[in-house]
Write a protein that binds this ligand. Sequence first.
Ligand code: 1CP
Length: 346
Amino acid sequence: MDRRQRFLAALARQPVDRPPVWLMRQAGRYLSGYRAVRAEHGFWEVCRTPELSTRVALEPLQRFALDAAIVFSDILVVPEALGAGVSFEKGEGPLFTNVLRSRADLAKWNTTGLMERLAYVPNAVKHLSQTLDGSHGLLGFTGAPFTLFAYSVEGGGSDDFRHARAMLASEPGLARDAMNVLADAIVELGLAELAAGADAVQLFDTWGGLLTKDEYRAHVVPPLNRAASKLRASGKPVILFIKGGMHLLEVLEEVEVDGVSLDWRTSFTEARAALPHHLLQGQLDPVLLFAGEEAVRQRTRALLDELDALPGGNRGCIVNLGHGILPQTPERSVAALCEEVAARAP
Ligand code: 1CP
């Protein structure tokens, strides 16, 4: 099987010669090639220049036996296009100029001509897709409504996203309206990425795991389904990633996605029991990549054995990390992980 066939077969939950592998944030700061590009170009400039975004998206594919590419972009492109004013300061997380704390702030979000301001994302997908020419699978992505809401209210990164979570309790109507605006933007962006050549779209609900089951059901599932159902109508699969989402597995039955990307604390065996028919992806600990090559090889082999032993076997399983690759990750560990997965092909 070639790489793209394998990736498409896994997405369709059909038999594969071995599970495909790609890694969240595979094109990021741990790669010297990425850092070299960033030394000369700003983050938004890389995102908005198809040649540059394709160059950094291809870097990991040239080094490692990965089966899929992910477009180089960011989840925060949506709040940026709505007018949040997002900048990435050196070595720090994102910083928003305009935060969402009131109805008046929400009223300032500019949805007119949104896709014109976001056209650089599908343009990047198209350029990457044409360059790949079918050699690898291709993922598009966007943030999920709650995680984009969380950044928009907080105005940047946070451990607890306290302002955003407080708003769910203090002003649920405002939170709902904001997440609905985000959901509609996500639909437009995701459909444009799929039309530009992405094989699937991943929704990053990185901070969804901060919520209780009841909060996720009440506040997050409605806007998430508003977005996911329309994306799925394209006929291509939608995958949802939640960090720390073990306690939400049973709620995910109610979410209209094809696949779930597990963090390192949720095993495939537990997830398969809760979600017998979903595409599952994950869940090696990004920190494992600091444990030395032999540990990486052993743990990867153990994961592949676990997939083979699932009811239904490794159909509908994609090997990935349980969260994004960390900046100082040794490239040799990434190579070892991919080699072990590739070694499973007959
Ligand atoms: O392979 C890739 O790296 C593909 C592109 C990609 C993806 C999939 C980037 C580039 N960002 C993302 C997703 C993303 N961005 C998520 C979801 C995945 C996850 O949980 O890691 C999140 C939460 C963000 C937000 C974001 N963007 C952060 C974290 C902020 C925080 O502290 O909460 C940061 C640091 C960024 C900037 C960014 N985006 C991408 C890169 C390579 C970087 C680093 C910027 C730089 O070069 O300085």
